[in-house]
Design a protein around this ligand. Structure first.
Ligand SMILES: Cc1ncc(COP(=O)(O)O)c(C=O)c1O
Length: 314
């Protein structure tokens, strides 16, 4: 059994999930979290049960009609249609969506994939301003990330939403920026944010450290990061690009480590959050070594799905 670090210090955990495992809310004298977020983002938050609930609130506010389209653009550039179904399913309740702007575009949604700032955020903001399209930032994975000018992700769009679940060991929670503060708040989410917010800097440091450790392991195993970290970004996950996707996921699973998802060819998501202790990193390395034997031939290093050729290791 492995001892967790940070918020789970001293507790025994037998498996490792992609997001932090829920832990007791720390005893705190809750700061004025609305004021703290106003300072961070330059506007007031509305607390919601989840990131999805935040997106739904924004879409309701915009009164989009069914024939309207939301133009979705992501850090990874829609490569292989990698858009999380929880976003598209939420959008589908209200309107259509597309990977390009067009005559039906009524709003734009920028997704900062896995905490990494969208490279064209400012250009998209200008395009939206020219067309009068409201810009929504999906900062679900970007609670601790900023752009190259040091602005918190979520401060640029007309609206933004964030998820607490990817960063804090909580069972629910998110917030929206850009809506009127008269909107009803989720009090439990507000309490979670208040009690964990002060630990965000420490959580960010551990995540960055873990990301770099995983990156070194990935290279040793002949893989690579599918999503490099831009300056100011704090990762929600490590995205391993490997030609041995299925073998890697199985080796991780045997060691009690959650990975995923199977439907993105050539990719394996690895946890890098604050509960990934040194011992878990060692287990992950063991799994990567097992799944990527040095005896692999050049034939085996070529991925038929994405045509990526991994560098030979050793
Ligand atoms: C890019 C993205 N946006 C939004 C969400 C929704 O966040 P939540 O799980 O808090 O509803 C997710 C969930 O995984 C996500 O990956």
């Amino acid at each position: 059994m492995i001892r967790g670090v940070g918020p789970l210090q001293g507790r025994l955990i037998e498996s490792l999930s992609l997001t932090p495992r829920p832990a007791p809310v720390p005893l705190c004298d809750p700061p004025d979290i609305s004021a703290a977020l106003r300072l961070h983002y330059g506007r007031d938050p509305i607390f919601t049960a989840s990131g999805r609930a935040g997106l739904a609130l924004i879409l309701q506010y915009l009164k989009l009609r069914y024939q309207d389209e939301v133009w979705i653009t992501t850090t990874l550039g829609w490569r292989d249609r990698r858009i999380t179904p929880c976003v598209t399913a939420t959008l589908a309740h209200y309107c259509r969506f597309a990977s390009h702007p067009g005559p039906r575009t009524a709003a734009a949604l920028v997704i900062h994939d896995y905490g990494v700032v969208h490279p064209d955020l400012e250009i998209i903001r200008d395009v939206c301003q020219r067309h009068g399209w409201p810009l929504i930032e999906d900062a679900a994975h970007a609670l601790a990330s900023s752009d190259r000018n040091g602005r918190a992700l979520g401060s640029t769009g007309d609206f933004a939403f964030a998820s607490l679940l990817k960063f804090f060991p909580v069972t629910k929670g998110g917030f929206v920026l850009g809506l009127s503060s008269n909107t009803e708040q989720d009090q439990e989410a507000k309490r979670y944010a208040a009690c964990w917010w002060s630990q965000l800097t420490e959580i960010t440091q551990v995540r960055l450290h873990n990301w770099h450790r995983l990156d070194a392991m990935a290279h040793r195993a002949g893989g690579a990061a599918a999503l490099p970290l831009a300056g100011g970004s704090c990762p929600s996950l490590y995205l391993l690009r490997t030609v041995r996707q299925s073998a890697t996921m199985q080796a991780l699973h045997r060691r009690g480590i959650e990975s995923g998802p199977p439907f993105y060819a050539g990719l394996v998501f690895l946890p890098c959050h604050q509960q990934v202790s040194e011992q878990w990193l060692e287990r992950i390395e063991e799994a990567l070594e097992e799944a990527h034997p040095l005896s692999s031939t050049p034939e085996e290093t070529r991925c038929k799905a994405c045509r990526y050729t991994a560098p030979r290791s050793g």
